[in-house]
Structures are given as structure tokens and as C-alpha cells.
Design a protein around this ligand. Structure first.
Ligand code: ADP
Length: 550
């Protein structure tokens, strides 16, 4: 029985819109800057962005959208996309970010599974939806995220009602009566990219998003403040944008958005013009930036902290940003099912470490923040020690971790409430977690296991290697052996031997790849990570029959 104690604190059910309200009142002049889809830099401050978000929410009512409806967004990182995040969730609908880079049949599956009634869409992506439009029976309309000037006749020819975003907003009032509901109401929906089977929906609540936003601002995570100028490269459709579209406005920082311009040159120009001191991205995108800086001999003087995750960050990347560009790489691990899981940070003992020791530690995926429980277990579910050597299944638990996938009958948790992340990792005596591999990527050579991530990280130390993927492929004697797929840096021609020599500096002989294959372009997933699925299909029999399956 609960005892009511007189004198307790107030209880407020937070709605995500409260973040933007706070930003508009207390950081009204702080800006959201976008490299816009239409071309040119667009600026708006939080005060005006909040007004427009009210207009958007009024427009949702006009369109007949109801609380609880899943409304899609297929959009670049822009100020309009930010308005949708807040407007849809604040209204009580569910903002469902769709990744336009998924295969058409995945997009069809996701839109139908989520029963999207409307999709807010950038002009760029109309062909993506047009392609599957006749297979989306529940879709009632598209809202094109642009102004009248950029609406084209082709859009009106689509077999579905098409609205102009700016026109919809113009007609509406700048005030909106935000509904009050339980914090546990769903606010946002994001699907995993479905590397195996169909994509799965992860439904976040106002409470989980707010909890996440408050925690990841901590100094040992994103350390955000009103003085920051944050370049959000991670797409807002990738793992809930790592939570940052909530975080940065919450502290009133300047939010800089690259729109469709994700190449090294555009990112460099934007971060320099907007004096960005922090950014976040997956490693492949950071490689584009590094290559551009390198080829043009440029510096990034304002940038101090680069948050990288989504796949393992090679130690060589951390070293290069620190020594050449005076920027600290903060390596983190997360997933759609829990957004940010761990991040690397500085602890007092690290001051005593040599450069080499410190870099080794910084290349780990780091430590969890408050509210994120993690542990590693063996195949019988027994907890493994934090000694940096024992590796096992990485499990997570807490109010920012999924309970079950959207519309699933069964819980995704074990009987003690732990979620199996599908990753294999170690945790060292200082609490630093290091991903050994995704469980399905570990190479099982005879009785021994080889981490594909470790081999890849060593391979990219070679100055002429652009990107490398290590696969476990069939082997007559050892069951599986490592095969390394390499894309060379433009203008270079490294020999296989020189690459093996570099890897051998950090690995035992039996761990070295049996063969190296050069390809022109690395397949990437919809979130910009190396896509091993097509590589496996192509090269699985390579070591047995020398066969390439086209
Ligand atoms: P997708 O399936 O689209 O890549 P997620 O971003 O949710 O979607 O993928 C999460 C997975 O990415 C994790 O389970 C893990 O395997 C991998 N991952 C994320 N961050 C890292 C990292 N820093 N190092 C290694 N792997 C990572």
C-alpha cells in the first residue's frame, strides 16, 4: 500500500514539446541552421521554430490526423524535419522516421506495418515513395516539405493527395493547446534496418525520450551546453537521431543540419562557417571528411569533440583526429532498441597513460550512463567478469531499452528483463565495454574465434587502404576463415602482402586473413555502415572453390 506523504514535490507528465517550449522561451535567439534541400543556408531561431511547430500541429488537426496515428517522415536533417519531430509528438501522434535508403520492399513493409496515414516527405524522396505507392493502401496523402515555388506538376500527378508543407502552415494559427497525457504515451517510431528478416519497429515514449535527452547531455557523454554549435550529421531517421534533436534544443545549443549535403567538402564548409565545435556521425561519413581535409590540406579549428558510433571506430581514426586536427573522438555504442548505450570518456587514471595506452582505451566503446545497465554473459546466461578478456553476449536493461518490438506478441526480454543486443563484447576492470563483434559476424575458425572488427581496424591502418570488411567464409578444413575485402584509397595501389604485414603487427598468424580481394566500392547499409550481407553472398565459396557469386 502506498502511503501519501504530505509535502512531496510536484508531479508533471512531460510532453516532448516541453523541450521546444523551453528552448523558445529561454534560448529564443539560438539558431537552427540548415544547408537546405532547395539550396542555400536557411536560418531560424527557436522562438520562430516553436511558432511554426504550433502552426504544424494545427495543420495536423485540419488534415484529420488523430492522436496515436503513426505519421511518417522521409526527410533529410532540416529545420522542417525538426518541426515534424516536435509537432507530431507534441500533438500526441507518433513521429515515424523512415529511412529512404532502405530497399523498396522494406519501405513498403514498414509503411504498411506502421499503417502510416500520411508521410512528410522531402522533394528528393518522392520517387522512393512513388515507386511503391500502389502497394500502400493505408496511405492517405503526402506532405511535401517545401514551399509553393518548389512544388512541381509531377507531384500533383501522383495518385494520392499531395500537400505543400509551407502552404499548410501559412493557413494556421501560431498558438496551439498542447494536450496533456501520460508520459508513457508513444511519441516516436523507428525501425531497425533489418539485416536479418523484416525490419522491426522500436516505439519510444515521451518518458523514454526525455530520460534519454536528460542523461546524454552529461559531460561524460555529449557534454552539451547553450554555448555549443552542434553539427548533427547522423540522420534523424537513424536510431532516433541518437536523441540529439531533443538534446540540443533542451540545452539551447545551436543546431546545425547538413540537409542532403553529406560529402566531405560540404560538411567541412558548413562546420567551418557555423563554427561547429561538436558533431556526430558513423565512421564511414567521417572517412569522407578526413579524405577531404587530407586532400585539401585543411584544418577544422573550431571542432573539439567528434562523437562517432554505429560501427567500430578504428583506432587510427581517433589518433588522426587528435594529432592532426586537435579534435577528440568520442567513441560510442548504441542501437535503435536503446539509442545511446555507452560512450567513451576520460577518467582520472587516464592522465597517467602513455599516448598508445590512452588511444587503445579510447578505441573501446566506453561506459554506460546512469539508467543503462549492461552485462556480459556466457551461453548459459552466467555473468562474465569485467577483466577485459572474457567475452560474451552483451545484455542491456533499463527504462531506455526496448521491452518488445512494435506490434510484437512476445516480449524481447529474458525472464529477468534483460535485452540481448546481439553483440558480443568484453568489459574491462574500469568498466570500458568493447564490442568484439556482432554475434553473427564473429569468425569461427576451428575452435577459435576471430573478431572481424579487430582485423578491419588493423587493415585501415595501412595508409593506402580506404575501407576494409572482414568476413568469415567457408573453409574446407577450419569451417570458416577470414577473407578481407578492401577498397583502395584513390590513386594508390597497395599490395596484398603490405596489407597483411600491417595486420600482422597486431595479430597472431592464425588470425590473419587467408586472402584479400580488392573491390571498387564498399556496399553500405541504409545507415552508412558496411553491408556484409551482399559480400557474404558473393564471396562465401571463395576460399573453397575460388568462386564469386555475382
Ligand atoms: P542498423 O541495423 O541499421 O545498423 P543500429 O544502428 O540500431 O541499426 O545498429 C546497431 C548495431 O550497430 C549494434 O547492435 C552494433 O552491432 C553496431 N554498433 C553500434 N555502434 C557500434 C560501435 N561503436 N562499434 C561496433 N559496433 C557498433
Amino acid at each position: 500500500m502506498t502511503t501519501v506523504v504530505p509535502g512531496l514535490m510536484q508531479k508533471k507528465q512531460f510532453n516532448i514539446i516541453n523541450i521546444l517550449q523551453h528552448a523558445s522561451i529561454w534560448h529564443g535567439n539560438s539558431e537552427v541552421v540548415t544547408n537546405s534541400v532547395e539550396g542555400g543556408i536557411h536560418r531560424i531561431n527557436y522562438f520562430d521554430l516553436y511558432d511554426r511547430t504550433c502552426q504544424l500541429s494545427n495543420a495536423l488537426s485540419t488534415l484529420g490526423i488523430n492522436p496515436g496515428d503513426r505519421i511518417g517522415t522521409m526527410a533529410w536533417n532540416t529545420w522542417r524535419h525538426l518541426e515534424c519531430w516536435y509537432g507530431l509528438s507534441g500533438f500526441g501522434a507518433i513521429c515515424h522516421t523512415l529511412n529512404p535508403r532502405l530497399f523498396p520492399d522494406q519501405i513498403e513493409y514498414i509503411v504498411n506495418h506502421a499503417e502510416n496515414r500520411f508521410i512528410f516527405i522531402d522533394t528528393t524522396f518522392i520517387p522512393v515513395i512513388e515507386n511503391v505507392l500502389d502497394k500502400l493502401p493505408k496511405l492517405e496523402g503526402l506532405i511535401v516539405m517545401t514551399d509553393q515555388e518548389h512544388m512541381t506538376d509531377d507531384m500533383q500527378k501522383l495518385t494520392i493527395p499531395v500537400y505543400c508543407y509551407e502552404e499548410l502552415l501559412e493557413a494556421e494559427s501560431k498558438s496551439f493547446d498542447w494536450p496533456v497525457f501520460s508520459e508513457d504515451t508513444a511519441s516516436s517510431l523507428c525501425y531497425t534496418s533489418g539485416t536479418t528478416g523484416n525490419p522491426k519497429g522500436v516505439l519510444y515514449s515521451h518518458a523514454s525520450n526525455l530520460n534519454h535527452a536528460m542523461v546524454i547531455s552529461h559531460v561524460d557523454l555529449f557534454g552539451l551546453s547553450a554555448s555549443d554549435s552542434f553539427l548533427q550529421i547522423v540522420p534523424m531517421c537513424h536510431a532516433n537521431g541518437w536523441g540529439l534533436p531533443h538534446n540540443v534544443p533542451m540545452v539551447g545549443g545551436k543546431l546545425v543540419l547538413p540537409g542532403p549535403f553529406m560529402d566531405g567538402k560540404s560538411l567541412f564548409e558548413l562546420m567551418t562557417a557555423e563554427k561547429c565545435n561538436k558533431t556526430c556521425a558513423v565512421p564511414t561519413v567521417m572517412t569522407f571528411l578526413q579524405d577531404y581535409l587530407d586532400s585539401e590540406n585543411l584544418q577544422i579549428p573550431y571542432m573539439s569533440d567528434i562523437y562517432i558510433g554505429g560501427s567500430a571506430v578504428p583506432q587510427s581514426m581517433i589518433e588522426e583526429f587528435e594529432t592532426k586536427y586537435d579534435a577528440a573522438v568520442k567513441h560510442g555504442w548504441g542501437m535503435t532498441e536503446l539509442v545511446v548505450g555507452t560512450f567513451n570518456c576520460n577518467l582520472p587514471f587516464m592522465k597517467e597513460l602513455s599516448f598508445e595506452q590512452r588511444m587503445k582505451l579510447l578505441s573501446k566503446q566506453g561506459r554506460p550512463a546512469f539508467g543503462m545497465e549492461i552485462k556480459i554473459v556466457d551461453d548459459d546466461g552466467k555473468s562474465l567478469p569485467h577483466d577485459g578478456v572474457a567475452f560474451g553476449k552483451l545484455m542491456a536493461r533499463g527504462p531506455r531499452v526496448i521491452e518488445r518490438y512494435y506490434k510484437a506478441d512476445k516480449s524481447a526480454l529474458d525472464s529477468n528483463g534483460w535485452f540481448d543486443t546481439g553483440d558480443v563484447s568484453t568489459i574491462d576492470e574500469n568498466g570500458f565495454m568493447q564490442i568484439t563483434d556482432r554475434a553473427k559476424d564473429i569468425i569461427k575458425s576451428g575452435g577459435e574465434w576471430i573478431s572481424s572488427v579487430d582485423i578491419e581496424n588493423s587493415a585501415v591502418r595501412h595508409p593506402e587502404v580506404q575501407i576494409a570488411a572482414c568476413l568469415g567464409v567457408k573453409h574446407a578444413k577450419w569451417e570458416e576463415r577470414p577473407l578481407l575485402i578492401v577498397v583502395k584509397k584513390e590513386g594508390f595501389n597497395p599490395t596484398k602482402k603490405s596489407i597483411v604485414d600491417v595486420i600482422a603487427q597486431e595479430h597472431a598468424k592464425w588470425q590473419l586473413p587467408d586472402e584479400i580481394v580488392f573491390i571498387d566500392e564498399m556496399p553500405l547499409t541504409a545507415t552508412g555502415k558496411i553491408d556484409k550481407k551482399p559480400l557474404r553472398i558473393k564471396f562465401n565459396n571463395f576460399l573453397i572453390k575460388g568462386e564469386i557469386n555475382e
